[in-house]
Write a protein that binds this ligand. Sequence first.
Ligand SMILES: Cc1ncc(C[n+]2csc(CCOP(=O)(O)OP(=O)(O)O)c2C)c(N)n1
Ligand SMILES: [Mg+2]
Length: 341
Amino acid sequence: MTTDPRAMRWEFLEKMLLIRRFEEAVGRFGADKDFPGHYHLYIGQEATGVGAMAALGEKDRIASTHRNHGHVLARGADPMAALAEILGRDAGLNRGRGGTIHLCDPDLGFLQTSGVVGSVVGLATGGGYACKMLGDGTLTAAFFGDGALEEGIAFECLNIAALWKLPVIFICENNSADAWGMAKGGYPTLVHASNDLRSIPGSMGIEAIRVEGIDPFAVYDAVSTAAARCRAGEGPLFIETMTRRWAGSAPLWPELATGITDIGMATGRTAIGDGPHRDWYETNDPVLRLARELAAEGAEALARVEQIDRQVRDIIETAAQRALASPFPAVETAADYVFAN
Ligand SMILES: Cc1ncc(C[n+]2csc(CCOP(=O)(O)OP(=O)(O)O)c2C)c(N)n1
Ligand SMILES: [Mg+2]
């Protein structure tokens, strides 16, 4: 990872596009019923995962949620092994045992990813305690949704992390703007008495800031500053990254509501039109936003955006075909890797 800000923009675009094409492939698998059960896509939040991961160190630990695909990829996991995991295949990151919700890459520092809302806050606090005991200057980053702050465990763990000055960065991805909520047949979204989530860690003396979750540089800067402070022994910090909920994540089951991302909407080759998702394409889609900014720099930059998109599409298409063609674990191995020996 470069630290040159100009080069970083291209790396961010490439990673964000990789996650987008990956999620579109998962959406296709989901629609085709290639894997069972519920799943969640990271579309609309790519800038948060990519910006944050770029600011973390190689030895830092990470805990993530049910919406984990983008985190695992942003950290550098192999897309084919991640897709194979979602499909329950033996070639998957967790030999097909974790699936979409527990997709995890321990080699990249993931302690766990868990679908139990709020549990991440506890896992990361434990991770932070371990980092502090090791005294090696590492930290643990927790990625969780706004819904996690409805859970009791979040309050206890923020409290203990503050009291013990644990090196933890609590990254709350607040995607509740434009969410439908259950009353409209959507997914359960935030139901909280607090109208500003920052006040919760704030009441425990944890500094809490809010950043634009569609701006990878804002997230990168916030996490870099927080990491330096954690490593200096100042204790935990809380970052709330705001995104508008992608239309495809508003209903109970995800759907590719805004279609397969057309990079032409960033390069000017495709007209955005006046449809229902105009705001998304013009303003809220973090991938189109960064691609547009880069493509505006001239013909060479525009061609580079298109080339990166082609390259990333190829990587994901090949990974998807290989993952789909790969075998399921053998029946007699069903209990392997599941229980500790
Ligand atoms: C302890 C617990 N309660 C309820 C659920 C059901 N559930 C799954 S996702 C979800 C909403 C989570 O919202 P948030 O944490 O904001 O994450 P998002 O899906 O918005 O990224 C709920 C309530 C769960 N998985 N775990
Ligand atoms: Mg949420």
